[in-house]
Design a protein around this ligand. Structure first.
Ligand SMILES: *Cc1c(COP(=O)(O)O)cnc(C)c1O
Length: 371
């Protein structure tokens, strides 16, 4: 991680403290309110109604904005943030490009609801995202590393080619967090993230955000949130605020452990293939070294069969069988069970915060049992 991000991680802990008055609580109060005291003409700090503003969201947004170095708009889930971008930025006649191998729900949203509004979409694999150019697109959506296959695309190259073709670029940065990758610094216009994953980090809430350095985009997204009512709950925002306080610490441990165990997995006889951008011979490694600050917390491994993969996951004492990723506990799942275009024995491993050698011993034991 760069020195700049270390400084950001340090000052993040003191953002709230800077504005405290004598007698204020040091931790963030949870403000559960739909209405605010409002006699006479509007004009107080929180002058309207719980659909437009809430001090607890604003504290979470302040942290997100500090981390992204760009204004942030909080949403009740990652998909709500992505929808906020699509529905505030697109209109009938627009065409968008989506990754064929990324998180699947945006593709379903495009097919099921956006098409009917006159917004067309095309799909392209992440590893060859630049091939074919971006003429005719209003919005180019990238997800790098792609989830679950962990292919990469060059954010700077995609952004400059897309801009030359007149498109805006939206990057889903969920898998990397602001501590692992900074798409806005590489030219992306909009960043979306499912803070449900590592930013919250405890598998107990859904959350999302949009960030952009373009004021028109931020204002449109904020207005869409208010008009559509797609607002986060104050308690969820409070949980995210708390989660963000330890994100750097957790993400650091998770990435370090992933980097330690990826080559060991690769060397294990029960494992056919491993994808991890931090492995020197991974097809993504060179690009990862130029655009990622860390190599991430997800490892893709292919085992001999669906049955072996299930046994590996379910019999491992330190793996939680679950979908989703980025939590304090390590978890794993066989992605083919959802229809992802991966081999039946492909496992997406989400490395958690357990001490590294304990986690490796449990994983190794479970792999030894399926050799
Ligand atoms: C989980 C996820 C989402 C959606 O987030 P939700 O909070 O479940 O709506 C979007 N993109 C990626 C890459 C994800 O992993």
């Amino acid at each position: 991680m760069t020195g700049d991000m270390h400084a950001r991680a340090a000052h993040l802990q003191h953002l709230r403290g800077r504005a405290l008055r004598k007698g204020d609580p040091v931790p963030l109060p949870l403000t559960m309110a739909s209405t605010f005291h409002l006699p006479g003409e509007p004009g107080a700090e929180f002058d309207q109604y719980g659909r437009s503003e809430n001090p607890t969201w604003e504290a979470a947004e302040e942290m997100l904005a500090y981390l992204e170095d760009a204004p942030g708009v909080a949403f009740p889930s990652g998909m709500a943030a992505i929808s906020g971008v699509f529905f505030s930025q697109l209109k009938a006649g627009d065409r968008i490009l989506l990754p064929s191998d990324g998180y699947y729900t945006p593709r379903v949203l495009a097919e099921r609801f956006m098409k009917g509004l006159g917004i067309e979409f095309d799909l392209r694999p992440t590893a060859s995202y630049l091939d074919g150019g971006f003429d005719g697109y209003r919005l180019v959506y990238v997800e790098t590393p792609s989830n679950p296959g962990l292919d990469l695309c060059d954010i700077a190259a995609v952004s400059s080619a897309a801009h030359a073709a007149g498109a805006i670029v939206c990057a889903d940065n969920t898998t990397m967090t602001p501590f692992g990758q900074r798409p806005l610094d590489f030219g992306a216009d909009i960043l979306v993230s499912a803070d449900t994953k590592a930013p919250n980090g405890h598998s107990d809430t859904l959350f999302g955000h949009v960030a952009s350095r373009n004021t028109d985009i931020v204002e449109a997204v904020r207005e869409w949130r208010k008009l559509s009512g797609s607002i986060p709950g104050p308690f969820e925002a409070w949980l995210l605020h708390r989660g963000l306080e330890t994100l750097e610490l957790r993400f650091d441990r998770m990435c370090s452990t992933a980097g330690t165990i990826a080559p060991r997995l690769k060397a294990h006889p029960a494992v056919r293939t491993v994808r991890y951008p931090g492995l020197p011979d991974d097809p993504s490694h060179n690009l990862a070294s130029t655009q990622m600050l860390r190599f991430g917390t997800l490892i893709g491994l292919t085992l001999g069969s669906a049955e072996k993969a299930e046994k590996f996951i379910n019999d491992c004492a330190l793996l939680q069988p679950a979908t989703s990723f980025g939590s304090v506990h390590s978890s794993a799942e066989r992605r083919a069970r959802w229809g992802d275009a991966v081999e039946p024995g492909f496992v997406r491993l989400s490395v958690g915060c357990e001490p590294t050698e304990e986690l490796w011993r449990a994983i190794e034991q479970s792999l030894d049992a399926i050799r």
